[in-house]
Ligand binder design. Structure first.
Ligand SMILES: Cc1ncc(COP(=O)(O)O)c(C=O)c1O
Length: 396
């Protein structure tokens, strides 16, 4: 074994000892509600397909239609020959949904955060290293973008506008460009950023507010437009409530033009393929009219939160379709996930470094495909799990 291999192996062994090693489990999704693994069917509580759109006939039909008409690949980056006319059509729909002057489609949510933040925080363009105020629990891809730009983040306590205000005041006299970075809904907690306060602070301190609206777009806000009102730049993904893949930046025309010229993750990457664009196009038609589905999902999540809390579980500060049950140790989270799996529920244990030490959890995500009976059976399984000895933990 070469030296590097033995070091990788040692790293994996150490993860295993701490119950933090991850493994890929093969599954087959039968529809938005059921997945199969190892010959058994499970209720899927671990997908971000909140509106159950990924099996929607309209998305599938338009994906097929656009593949037939325009091929399965785009052939090049958008600045070369990949800028199919399909993009303009979708970007116009994104500007309507997000109520922004311009939009740019990117390859994925992770790639968008990584590449767009790198470009926007570029000190050679800004004239100085920017001051970046960031929520401590922002998604890994936002940290990655800051790292790629080689900027130090000034992290404020999670969801704490008062702490953000304190930090901004501390740097009030500093003339360097200021940015505030936050998610609107936090992916592992299901809580919401205090957006009105953050928007006011951004205005008061002349800071550019960049919001990752990944877990709100489609499922929260008026007409499913998300929870990013007042942000200067919104980044979001089509891979969650929108049932497809790819991402968008909604912004001013200048920022869009700047990204086309400066964002290497856009310039040097092949454009999204027509079938994916077809699915995005169809979901953007459906989302504004899905108030009933949004209300249904919200009521399922509220029912679960209430039931879980009554049974003694800690669901944190969740107010959305994402509800964690915080178990503490990695072992406890894996144990709970395993017990639920025995009962036919697929909910994944989330461990450090995805969440802070001591807050390992099982993350539940409710979708339009679930019903009240699913939630009630899940609550029964949770109650039974509380009184069972730790089952053989599954890796997730
Ligand atoms: C807040 C947030 N931003 C970005 C991403 C990445 O999006 P995508 O899955 O489209 O790469 C995720 C998904 O994991 C996320 O939770």
């Amino acid at each position: 074994m070469v030296g590097s291999e033995s070091r990788y192996q040692a790293f994996l062994d150490a993860l295993g000892q701490d119950r933090l090693r991850r493994e890929l489990t093969t599954v087959a999704a039968r529809d938005a509600r059921i997945l199969e693994a190892g010959g058994r069917a499970y209720i899927n509580l671990a997908s971000n397909d909140y509106l159950a759109l990924r099996f929607h006939e309209a998305l599938i039909a338009r994906a097929c239609e656009w593949a037939k008409a325009d091929g399965t690949g785009s052939g090049a980056s958008r600045l070369v020959t990949g800028n199919l006319d399909l993009f303009a059509r979708i970007e116009t729909k994104v500007t309507t949904l997000k109520q922004k002057p311009a939009a740019l489609i990117m390859a994925s949510g992770f790639q968008a955060n990584a590449a767009v933040l790198q470009a926007l925080l570029d000190r050679t363009v800004l004239g100085a290293e920017p001051l970046v105020f960031a929520d401590r629990l922002n998604h890994a891809s936002m940290h990655f973008g800051c790292k790629a730009a080689d900027v130090r983040q000034l992290r404020y306590r999670h969801g704490d506008a008062a702490h953000l205000a304190e930090l901004l005041t501390q740097y009030q006299a500093d003339s360097r460009p200021k940015f505030i970075l936050t998610e609107s809904v936090f992916s592992m907690d299901g809580d919401r950023a205090p957006m009105p306060e953050i928007v006011a602070l951004a205005h008061a301190h002349d800071a550019t507010l960049i919001v990752d609206d990944a877990h709100a777009t489609g499922i929260l806000g008026e007409g499913g437009r998300g929870l990013s009102d007042g942000a200067d730049i919104v980044i979001g993904t089509f891979s969650k409530a929108l049932g497809s893949f790819g991402a968008y930046v909604a912004c001013s025309a200048t920022v869009r033009d700047y990204l086309v010229n400066r964002c290497s993750g856009f310039i040097y990457s092949t454009a999204l393929p027509p079938p994916v664009l077809g699915a995005i196009d169809a979901c953007l038609d459906l989302v504004p009219g899905m108030d009933q589905e949004r209300a249904h999902v919200a009521s399922l999540a509220a029912r679960f939160r209430e039931g879980a809390r009554t049974r003694g579980y800690d669901t944190g500060a969740s107010t959305t379709q994402i509800v964690p049950v915080i178990a503490g140790s990695a072992d406890a989270a894996l144990g709970l996930s395993a017990k639920l799996r025995e009962e036919g529920f697929w909910a994944t244990a989330i461990r450090p470094p995805t969440v802070p030490q001591g807050t390992a959890r099982v993350r539940f995500a409710f979708t339009a495909a679930h019903d009240q009976a699913d939630v009630d059976r899940l609550l029964d399984a949770l109650a039974a799990a509380a009184s069972l000895p730790t089952a053989k933990a599954v890796s997730a």
